[in-house]
Design a protein around this ligand. Structure first.
Ligand code: ATP
Ligand code: MG
Length: 381
């Protein structure tokens, strides 16, 4: 509760006393004027100022309250109401002064400060709203800062990751430029290495472009209702050949067909391509990649699973971070950038869903959950 300062308390009391004195004088004046009126014009006396009377009712003598007394009582009641009204008004004014000075304090940049007291009545709404406003301002400032920080990190990581292939491209092309080769064959070999590195850079830049597009909302997602089962069939079919090359079997287990889900089709296609291509690339010793769907209430869970060597528990926690690659994959000649799963996560977030991973001896399973219908205000117009 709000505590008044000593000064406010004493000025409140002083005001009370002054009001009482003023009202007392006013009452006296009214009584005197009426008295004078009566004395000067007795005809006007309509029983108004009848002096106190006594009436005998049986053995009891009752005092009849005269009009004068009624008037005095009425005036006292009015005095009390006026006094109360003035005190309450003044008290509210002090409350408002306190709120305003708190506001000034917050406005001076003390955003960690909240109005610490509560009051009764409408002013409490003001306090609650101000505190909520400061809260939400602080929150959005924090979010803004996070985004800034994540952009900075992204630039640092990208420059670092782009420099590695670029350095080797420059190195090999430099050898050719300075005629530091022994045979025609070596020129072709150097050019080939440079070409592969350039391809790697291109795929990284493409990934990055894709990632920033999703992450920083460059485009408004256009949701349409599609048959998810058919979409996943297509993804699975497109990997048949590659899987066969690795001696891996593509399997599907779909809950229902058709399964209508509101999605951005090419983005969701991208999600499952990323997951399946990871399974094929990194599923060491795996024999199958299985895509399955389960419908639960108003959402669908889609799993992409492969057997083989599990991912260590430590790595599992970082898989969705940008640029994260499990150490054993780094050494492989797969040439990934570590953005694939970060893209997956961003896309699923724009679909108001979530994605997780579980890895043990039996299988590594990525589970994507998305709602069958997008919230109303998200739909394409
Ligand atoms: P990109 O997809 O951008 O070309 P990437 O495949 O290395 O590069 P992600 O798709 O984000 O990046 O995957 C991150 C890392 O997670 C991979 O490098 C790999 O180490 C590990 N990983 C992902 N999926 C699997 C899987 N099914 N089995 C084992 N490891 C996996
Ligand atoms: Mg990948």
């Amino acid at each position: 509760m709000l505590k008044l300062t000593r000064r406010e308390k004493s000025s409140l009391i002083l005001e009370g006393i002054l009001t009482i004195i003023l009202l007392g004088l006013l009452n006296l004046a009214v009584l005197t004027i009426l008295q004078i009126l009566m004395v000067n014009q007795p005809g006007v006396n309509l029983g108004f100022f009848v002096m106190q009377q006594s009436v005998a009712v049986g053995p009891i003598r009752m005092r009849i309250v005269g009009a004068q007394q009624i008037l005095v009582i009425l005036m006292l009641v009015a005095d009390f109401v006026i006094l109360w009204w003035r005190m309450v008004r003044r008290y509210h004014q002090y409350q408002m002064d306190h709120i305003i000075s708190e506001l000034h304090y917050i406005a001076q940049g003390h955003l960690d400060h909240r109005i610490p007291f509560s009051v009764k009545g409408v002013q409490q709404h003001v306090i609650t709203s101000v505190n909520a406003l400061v809260d939400s301002t602080v929150r959005s400032m924090k979010e803004e800062r996070e985004i800034e920080k994540s952009k900075d990190e992204l630039i640092t990581n990208v420059s670092h990751d782009l420099r590695t292939p670029l350095t080797s491209i420059i190195g090999y092309l430099g050898l050719i430029e300075n005629h530091q080769y022994r045979s025609e064959e070596e020129i072709v070999q150097f050019a080939n290495i440079a070409y592969n590195k350039a391809q790697q850079m291109k795929s990284m830049v493409d990934d990055l472009f894709e990632y920033t597009k999703v992450q920083f909302n460059a485009e408004k997602p256009k949701f349409v209702e599609v048959d998810l089962t058919q979409l996943l069939e297509q993804v699975s079919a497109s990997f048949e050949l590659e899987a066969e090359k690795h001696g891996i079997q593509m399997q599907t287990d779909f809950a229902q067909s058709p399964l209508m889900v509101e999605v951005v089709p090419d983005k969701i296609g991208r999600v499952f391509s990323n997951l399946v291509s990871n399974a094929l690339k990194y599923g060491d010793g795996s024999t199958y990649v299985r895509i399955a769907t389960r419908v639960k209430d108003d959402q669908v869970d889609i799993t992409v699973a492969n057997d083989g060597v599990p991912i260590s528990e430590e790595s599992v926690q970082h898989l969705f971070e940008r640029f994260y690659r499990v150490e054993s994959s780094r050494s492989k000649q797969t040439g990934g950038t570590g953005l694939g799963l970060a893209i997956v996560q961003s896309i699923i977030e724009t679909h108001h869903g979530h994605v997780g991973v579980k890895s043990d001896e039996s299988a590594t399973t990525f589970t994507v959950s998305i709602p069958l219908q997008q919230p109303k205000d998200q739909q394409a117009h």
